[in-house]
Design a protein around this ligand. Structure first.
Ligand SMILES: C[C@H](N)C(=O)N[C@@H](CCCCN)C(=O)O
Length: 476
């Protein structure tokens, strides 16, 4: 066991909340782009001649570099080695570069060119060049936006530890949800109004440049603060991150419990959203024009509830229990979604709202809890390892649900908007999501037990740590 002395909790409240606003705004601009193309699927098919598999390839591009080339992990190590300012500017640079490539691909006239890939004369696959370049752009963007997610977390921890940390992290997550809501509601009307599917991307690029400016202002404040803090008497420099720290992180049981809880929980929520509109139409008989509005309630609820639950964690504690309750809610929601007899519209609205509460509870406690389990100097790498494993779930669970629907859930046909479409019985997919929820409960319980054993303080108020913020903190 090693002990280090935490840096002094610095800065005035005004400065701290300003910093939170600047970093969160930058993250918001990234989150808008992450979801801005989702409402445009039909438009891309109508105007650019894409089909569903083109769209599927493009969407999956988000995780390619992060998952297979381990870019997320490298991003976390860069964050720990070089600090939040360097990592943040790099993230925004990647987001801008990736979005520029995507914008060019969507708006350029490539004359229907096709890119083919072959080995030894055997054709592997061919894809429209436009789709390929747009996908590559989205892949580069995906590295940047995931990296800004972990960078924002570490920056918020740097400025808020010991003082309303969970509230601040909750507000940061809420900023991401505002970004998602802007994309969900603004993208399609703008593209329709201009008749150009690239128009929302152009606006996003402008937003991202403002996000970059916002982050640069943060950098000035952060550097000034660092200089001032270094000169405070009694402040010892924190140990630097070493590669061997990864092994140390990997040896922490609670870290794995929280990571597995994270992948299970997020795999039960974000992939659900990809199918939620169809579920509303087919099970709850919501009109297609209105069906997307019900799942869209989810981010709105989060905007208020995530900071609220964060604040409860700060003042009253019960972090592990909050994660447990959020996981239990998943099981209730998906079990009710699975019951074939429950088809009332209002039921769908209530269940989505409760799901929104779950998606506020778990993140509001999960991200601050990581700071109690791993030391600050390893935080970037720890968050990136959690995100990396979570990205596997986010990439493959939608695929799993698609396969299950295709092979086990076809229940005839149905006419939607005058078009004969396949009718799916969503019982099995909902039970799979409920299963993820049940497993989340198991890992939340394991986490709570481990906390009781090791005394991480997950059940203690974060603000209580304020008194300890300038004293010694135990580090594994
Ligand atoms: C999808 C992404 N990897 C993720 O986990 N996002 C979380 C937390 C974001 C933390 C932002 N500083 C989310 O709830 O959106």
């Amino acid at each position: 066991m090693k002990e280090i002395i935490r840096k002094k909790m610095a800065a005035s409240p005004v400065l701290r909340w300003t910093v939170l606003g600047l970093v969160s705004f930058t993250m918001l601009t990234g989150y808008v782009i992450a979801d801005v193309m989702a409402p445009l699927k039909t438009l891309l098919e109508q105007q650019l001649g894409w089909d569903s598999s083109d769209y599927g390839l493009f969407t999956s591009g988000y995780g390619w570099l992060n998952i297979f080339l381990l870019m997320l992990i490298f991003g976390g190590m860069i964050l720990d080695k070089k600090g939040v300012r360097y990592a943040g500017v790099l993230s925004v640079g990647l987001m801008i570069g990736g979005t520029l490539l995507k914008y060019w691909a969507i708006t350029a006239d490539l004359g229907g060119a096709v890119s083919s890939f072959s080995i030894g004369g055997h054709s592997l696959f061919s894809v429209k060049s436009q789709v390929l370049y747009a996908t590559l752009g989205f892949a580069v963007f995906g590295v940047g936006v995931e990296m800004i997610g972990i960078t924002a977390n570490k920056a918020v921890v740097k400025w808020f530890r010991g003082r309303s940390l969970a509230l601040a992290l909750g507000i940061n997550v809420a900023a991401g949800r505002i970004g998602t809501a802007i994309a969900m509601f603004g993208s399609l009307p703008l593209a329709r109004m201009t008749g150009n599917p690239g128009a929302p991307l152009a606006v996003c690029l402008l937003l991202l440049c403002i996000g970059l400016l916002s982050f640069l202002v943060f950098c000035v404040l952060d550097r000034r603060e660092d200089r001032e803090t270094e000169t405070l008497p009694g402040t010892e420099k924190e140990e630097e991150f070493k590669l061997s720290d990864i092994v140390k992180i990997a040896k922490i049981k609670a870290f794995w419990y929280i990571t597995i809880l994270c992948v299970l929980f997020y795999s039960a929520v974000f992939p659900f959203l990809k199918y939620a509109t169809e579920l509303m139409i087919q099970k709850f008989h919501v009109s297609p024009g209105f069906a997307g509005a019900i799942p869209a309630l989810l981010p709105f609820g989060n905007i208020l509830l995530t900071p609220l639950f964060g604040s409860i964690y700060d003042r009253r504690g019960h972090g592990a229990t909050i994660m447990l309750i959020g996981s239990a809610l998943l099981v209730c929601v998906y079990t009710l979604f699975a019951i074939p007899a429950l088809t009332a519209n209002w039921m769908a609205v209530v269940l989505v709202l409760v799901l929104g509460a779950a998606l506020s509870l778990v993140p509001s406690a999960m991200w601050p809890s990581v700071t109690k389990i791993v030391p600050y100097r390893m935080l970037g790498t720890s968050y990136s390892m959690i995100f990396w494993i979570q990205n596997w779930g986010l990439a493959f669970v939608p695929l799993l649900i698609g396969v299950v629907l295709k092979n086990h859930c076809i229940a005839g046909t149905v006419v939607i908007d005058g078009v004969v479409s396949t009718r799916y019985d969503y019982t099995l997919p909902m039970l799979i999501f409920a299963g993820f929820g049940a497993l989340s409960i198991v890992f939340a319980l394991l986490l709570r037990r481990e906390d009781a054993r090791k005394g991480y303080g997950l059940e203690k108020p974060n603000d209580e740590l304020q008194t300890n913020s300038t004293t010694k903190t135990q580090i594994p």
